[in-house]
Ligand binder design. Structure first.
Ligand code: NAD
Length: 416
């Protein structure tokens, strides 16, 4: 990891900043520093070669004052309980920023999915689901995809949960394939929200969005869909990257062709007529809009002053440290923070849950129209608060989210 701070250090520092600005009750501040429940599990499965594989996993439920827990599940070799705790906390604020009735959670398994077969991943997912089964469910905690998990993973979770219950429970998980109750538009939703925010930010800084140059770090679900949607809206994608490295092309890349190349070769690098660049160089690329869409702690005190973009729209969770936030703000870069920019994913997950509970299926147009409304309202709420309080966008978004959660906690009171 670059920089000194862990994701949890960053999340706690952000909470402290917002708590001071909001003059939050010290007891509520203390409550919000810790998750309500953290479950650690040991997942043992039969590997394809006959050996026993033992993997560490967890599910962290931060706060549910505004509704059931909600949050993704991450499969990655560097997953730790601390990281998942930070991600769960950010989910609590995020759901409150877009004003949907959920609390924040996150899950993770420390594994390397790139080195595992599909059968091993299925056994891992099913065993993990069985271990957290008593703590998830449509009215308790609703998982969704995150890094290196996808619609297939969610289908396995739904099936395992349903097998235990004895009947089909599509509303226990979101981000499912459409054939088993997934929502239209869910796969692209996070990226659509990121691009809506980038478009609104462009208006605020006087930049013509349809002629903007864009660099995207990470070419998974969020990164590739963001590049595609921005390209379709007229932007020029000048650089993209993944865990192997990046590519740069001043004339602009066709994201669809880059995606095909990644499917064929396993990475975006070595794409014809492009310059190969490192992930560090990608972040420092000359461009109008930078979209970090990979992991945490990418823009730090060490490289923030080298960022040349006019707008940073955070597709990833926690890509920028508080030290870097200050530097970007001083440089006049318009930052759309993660808990606003990437909230489109959980918003359409909420739509999926509502559709499942009511046994409805909405059209793509309906989903996208409702998503646009929620993202616009959230962007404007954060922007107005930023202007009113004379803060930066991150602080304003944290104040909005944490303020709403603390209000809910106060109204509910303490039991017993
Ligand atoms: P993904 O697994 O689909 O893709 C991750 C991408 O990041 C891959 O292209 C991978 O190669 C790349 N990557 C991994 N390590 C990297 C590194 N060190 N440097 C550069 N690239 C690297 O995951 P995703 O769902 O697209 O999630 C990406 C980010 O967006 C995460 O921070 C996640 O928490 C956040 N997010 C995802 C969703 C969602 O709906 N999937 C919603 C909100 C936020």
């Amino acid at each position: 990891m670059k920089g000194q701070q862990t994701a949890l250090d960053v999340a706690l520092e952000q909470l402290k900043i917002a708590a001071e600005k909001l003059k939050l009750d010290s007891g509520i501040h203390e409550m919000l520093k810790y998750p309500k429940r953290s479950l650690i599990v040991s997942i043992t499965i039969r590997m394809d070669d006959g050996s026993i594989g033992v993997f560490k996993g967890c599910r962290v439920q931060h706060w549910d004052a505004r509704g059931p827990f909600k949050g993704g599940i991450r499969y990655h070799p560097n997953v730790t309980l601390e990281e998942v705790t930070a991600l769960a906390m950010w989910m609590t604020w995020k759901c409150a920023v877009v004003n949907i009735p959920y609390g924040g959670a996150k899950g993770g398994i420390c594994c390397n999915p790139k080195e595992m077969s599909k059968n091993e991943l299925e056994r891992l997912t099913r065993r993990y689901t069985s271990l957290i089964l008593d703590y998830i469910g449509p009215y308790r905690d609703v998982p969704a995809p995150d890094v290196y998990t996808d619609a297939q993973t969610m289908a396995w979770i739904m099936d395992t949960y349903s097998q235990f219950k004895g009947y089909s429970v599509p509303e226990c998980v979101t981000g499912k394939p459409i054939s088993v109750g997934g929502s239209e538009g869910r796969e692209e939703a996070t990226s659509r929200g990121v691009i809506i925010c980038a478009r609104e930010a462009a208006k605020r800084v006087g930049l013509s969005f349809k002629d903007a140059t864009v660099a995207v770090q990470g070419y998974g679900n969020v990164g590739w869909n963001a590049a595609k949607i921005a390209h379709d809206m007229g932007c020029k994608i000048v650089a993209v990257s993944d865990s192997v490295g990046g590519i740069y092309c001043q004339e602009g890349l066709n994201p669809y062709k880059v995606y095909e190349h990644k499917l064929k070769t396993g990475s975006v690098v070595n794409y014809p007529k492009c310059k190969d660049i490192s992930n560090e160089e990608l972040l420092e690329t000359e461009c109008d809009i930078l979209i970090p869409a990979a992991l945490e702690n990418q823009i730090t005190g060490a490289n923030a002053d080298k960022i040349k973009a006019k707008i940073v729209a955070e597709g990833a969770n926690g890509p920028t440290t508080p030290e870097a936030d200050k530097i970007l703000h001083e440089k006049g870069i318009f930052l759309v923070p993660d808990i606003l920019a990437n909230a489109g994913g959980v918003t359409v997950s909420y739509f999926e849950w509502v559709q499942n509970l009511t046994r409805e299926h909405w059209t793509l147009e309906e989903v996208n129209r409702k998503l646009e409304n929620i993202m616009m309202r959230a962007f404007n709420d954060v922007y107005s608060l930023m202007e009113r309080e004379k803060e930066d966008m991150r602080t304003a978004a944290l104040m909005l989210g944490i303020g709403r959660v603390s209000e809910a906690i106060k109204i509910l009171g303490l039991w017993p």
